[in-house]
Write a protein that binds this ligand. Structure first.
Ligand code: ATP
Length: 441
């Protein structure tokens, strides 16, 4: 039996992943089939709270391999690879889950709960992670699979429930989430940052936990939610081992979620047209120098098969803003990012520099071939002229400038990355030039 919940939290607190652990706690007589799943959907939906994450779980009678995936209080939580044919009663599950949603949702949220024996079509996942949907887009599919639902407010959470439940992973990662005891929620989190640095360096299969550039922890939230930290990686066993090496205040529970984080599933690679509130990989050639505006945001234009696209690199991207400064007109790039509606800019998540043009820098006026003296300017746009011999030249003496940027992939610091963005570490890429010594102009 598949269970999905979404839209229970607000910026003030709570966390749908915590609610998922409460639902798991509610059913000690049932087995989890596979890990609980944290499925991130379109990061551009205007009404998301933070990371647009939906939670789905499968319960039943487990058979096959049994794996430890968490602990709640003193109870170890296991999951099984497969399930037997006897399924739990969906109405009974609904009756027992509703009080948890009522307890753990925030006033301004619009929670949804979906329980179904069958999964929605996987097309719904791809639409949910890449486009903006309405209830009208998901309700027929919920009816078609015979799902039963519960909703509060406008029940928008059911969109995330249906799309999250529809996920069949093509690429996937794990996140080990740890939770604080309720009496500590909202207080300052106590942990040793250096143990987090050592884990990021010591476990190559983990990612996004530590920021080397800024020497800063990236895996500990700053919100008053119940989460202590989230450790992300490709291998579950590594996450369990590595979390044992991170020093924090006491943890009340932990759980490993299967996720689509770090997969780039939200990126439309070969778009027919560009629609706002969706994310794209667009190829083009740089057609302007960078422009800085107050607030530390930087913009540049690329010329593409869709015409001119303005790209924005915002202040939280910090030194990643050197990239637009280093680019030159004519450089070939692939820009990955979300197309905003207003202003219509592509909010850059990653840049692939494919090729760079040669940049020439003037070193002096040309020399007269007859007398050997340096020519003077012949007037604005008129080239150069030797005052004595009246010889002319159109170009100054130049040298080939050393370009700051070289072909390769560039990404912002961990804290400015989208949950869905595939980090270079997972792409097997290393940024060819590090951002040191500040801007070059
Ligand atoms: P958190 O990351 O803290 O769990 P959140 O960012 O997931 O919070 P929600 O409160 O869940 O924020 O709000 C997201 C809302 O958007 C949900 O109601 C969800 O159903 C809906 N939603 C998700 N994907 C889409 C989509 N593609 N189109 C339209 N609505 C969507």
């Amino acid at each position: 039996m598949f269970v999905a919940v979404d839209d229970t939290d607000s910026m003030k607190g709570n966390c749908t992943t915590f609610l998922a652990t409460e639902i798991i706690r509610e059913f000690p007589e049932l087995d989890l089939i596979g890990n609980p799943r944290l499925v991130r959907l379109n990061p551009s939906v205007p009404w998301k709270t933070r990371g647009n994450g939906a939670l789905t779980m499968r319960f039943g009678k487990g058979i096959g391999r049994k794996r430890l995936i968490g602990r709640i209080g003193s109870r170890d939580i296991f999951c099984y690879d497969r399930c037997a044919s006897d399924e739990p009663d969906p109405e009974e599950m609904m009756r027992r889950i509703i009080p948890h949603i009522q307890e753990h949702h925030e006033e301004e949220s619009d929670p949804g709960l979906l329980i179904s024996l069958r999964k929605p079509s996987q097309k719904l996942y791809w639409k949910g992670v890449r486009t903006v949907l309405s209830r009208g887009d998901v309700d027929p599919e919920i009816r078609a699979i015979g799902g039963i639902t519960f909703e509060i407010g406008c029940g928008r959470g059911l969109i995330g429930c249906a799309c999250g439940m529809a996920w069949r992973p093509r690429d996937s990662t794990y996140e080990l989430l740890t939770y604080r005891p309720p009496e500590r929620w909202g207080t300052e989190r106590i942990f040793d940052p250096l143990t987090i640095r050592d884990v990021e360096h010591g476990y190559p299969t983990t990612f996004n936990s530590w920021e080397d550039r800024m020497e800063k922890v990236a895996m500990v939230p700053a919100t008053p939610c119940p989460v202590m930290y989230g450790l992300r990686g490709d291998v579950q066993e590594d996450l369990i081992k590595a979390s044992g090496e991170i020093s924090t205040e006491p943890i009340e529970r932990w759980m490993i979620f299967l996720t689509n984080q770090g997969t780039d599933d939200h990126i439309i690679r070969d778009p027919g047209s560009l629609v706002p509130n969706q994310s794209y990989l667009i190829r083009g050639s740089v057609s302007s120098k960078s422009r800085h505006i107050p607030g530390g945001h930087v913009f540049f234009d690329i010329s593409t098969r869709f015409g001119k696209v303005e790209c924005g690199v915002y202040e939280p991207s910090k030194e990643f803003r050197f990239v637009p400064d280093w680019l030159d007109i004519g450089d070939e790039v692939e820009v990955v990012g979300e197309l905003r509606e207003n202003p219509r800019t592509l909010n850059v998540e990653k840049i692939h520099v494919i090729s760079t043009v040669e940049e020439h820098r003037k070193i002096s006026n040309p020399v007269c071939p007859s007398c050997g003296r340096t020519m003077g300017s012949a007037g604005s746009g008129a080239g150069f002229r030797c005052r004595k011999c009246h010889t002319k030249a159109s170009e100054p003496v130049t040298e080939t400038a050393v370009r700051q940027i070289v072909p390769g992939w560039y990404e912002p610091p961990t804290a400015a990355r989208r949950h869905l963005s595939k980090p270079l570490k997972r792409m097997g890429e290393i940024q060819p030039v590090e951002f040191v010594n500040g801007r070059n102009r």
